[in-house]
Design a protein around this ligand. Sequence first.
Ligand SMILES: CSC[C@H]1O[C@H](OP(=O)(O)O)[C@H](O)[C@@H]1O
Ligand SMILES: Nc1ncnc2[nH]cnc12
Length: 474
Amino acid sequence: MAYDLKKEEDVKEYVENLGIEYRFGCYKEKKPEVCHLLADYLEAIKKDFGKAATVYKSNCLDYNYGKSCLKYGNYTLIGRGRDKSDPQEALQYFEKGCELNDPTSCLHAGLLLTATGDAVPVQRDVPKGYNYLKKSCDNRESTACHYLAGMYLSGVPKNPKEFNPHNPEKNAKLDYLIKPDLKQAFQFAMRGCELGHIYSCANIGIIGGSGFDDPNLFENPIERDITTPFGKPSDVLLEGSIKGVSCVLLARHGRKHQYQPSDVNYRANIWALKSLGCTHILATTATGSLVEQYRPGDLVVLDDFIDRTWGRQCTFYDRTEGGPRGVCHLPMRPAFCEKARQALLSAARGRGHVCHATGTAVTKQGPRFSSRAESLMHRQWGGHVVNMTTVPEVALAKEAGLSYAAVALVTDYDCWRENEQSVSVSEVLEMFARNIKKAIDVIVDAVQILAADSDYSYLDCHKDLVTSAIMLKN
Ligand SMILES: CSC[C@H]1O[C@H](OP(=O)(O)O)[C@H](O)[C@@H]1O
Ligand SMILES: Nc1ncnc2[nH]cnc12
């Protein structure tokens, strides 16, 4: 019969008949895949977890249906459809599901067996758990690949209580069940990323500003010549890895510094980094100081900006062919990703550098430097530093849903001070050259800090913010 699913009565009848069909297919025709659907039906439509549990369990044990073992394992783990939770019994169902080649069952068995912490519910058995995770990853379960990458990144110590994430030297002396192995970590992360696990991709884009154009960050970089719907980026992008974390480096002004600030194709730069899988961007920028206490040589992790640019392409949402659709009104508070900012700050402080935790950048059009009157005005506005590139880069990265933060190196006092010469380009470049090591160290350490974080939920927040900011999607 034909149902009109806009009518409530018809929907009810349709759902009832679905239940009858599933019962028939399961009990009379004895089809395990239909029994699994029946249990899903009891769970989702009837909310009868007790009956759903019974069907999942018998479909696992009597019909050897792997997905039902996984479901009953999950029920057993959280105590759904039964009196209480039983992690040890849950493990048996996950193991059975894994034997039956259900990759998610292998994942759950692996996670239970390798878990650490005081509340761990089953006897830890890392070699066995590793094998389950490996089988799961081999069978295209991206989360298992992601976990394996994490295990190789930090290593799995025999006694997890001895492991101190802040003391790598002490950790090196520990007894390991799985030794840290960055090559393996990279390979599993690549596999996880290929299979669509966004956090395995955690590719970190690095935009090097003036003086940071080709700092030989990677040993054997792969050059990527990319064209975007918004044109060509400033130069080829260099793909490589920093201590096992995949990164992409781009020289903001081109490797020969061929683009002045207002000619940089910021849109193509951000788009190209995103198209290579970057989830984060860490940027450097040379800046003049607008306040006495931000001294040349100091670092500043920017937290806000004042836009004094004009005529730059500052949105992807302009109906460019191949670009996104709609009109995007993105909030700019906070302007920068707080997680990435904190990573830069910890990295700088960890190295003992003078680093200011906040700073508003006045981004001017350039290419000329400010007049004295402008410099004094920027100070009155509350700017801490002045440069020519943070806008629209920060806004475009945010529109692209990326985590973006910038570390500014103070190169000069601009021209607001009494009895002092105006800033010059040689002063900026010389100061940057003297401090480039600082900038490199901070970026390298921040990459490790970001990659070691197992909670990337803030990336979802960046994406959700963009989604909520788009009007007129067509
Ligand atoms: C070379 S002096 C002015 C120039 O330096 C800064 O560049 P970047 O931000 O790429 O490091 C500043 O923003 C100006 O573009
Ligand atoms: N004083 C200044 N003004 C603008 N951009 C700069 N980059 C470095 N120093 C600068």
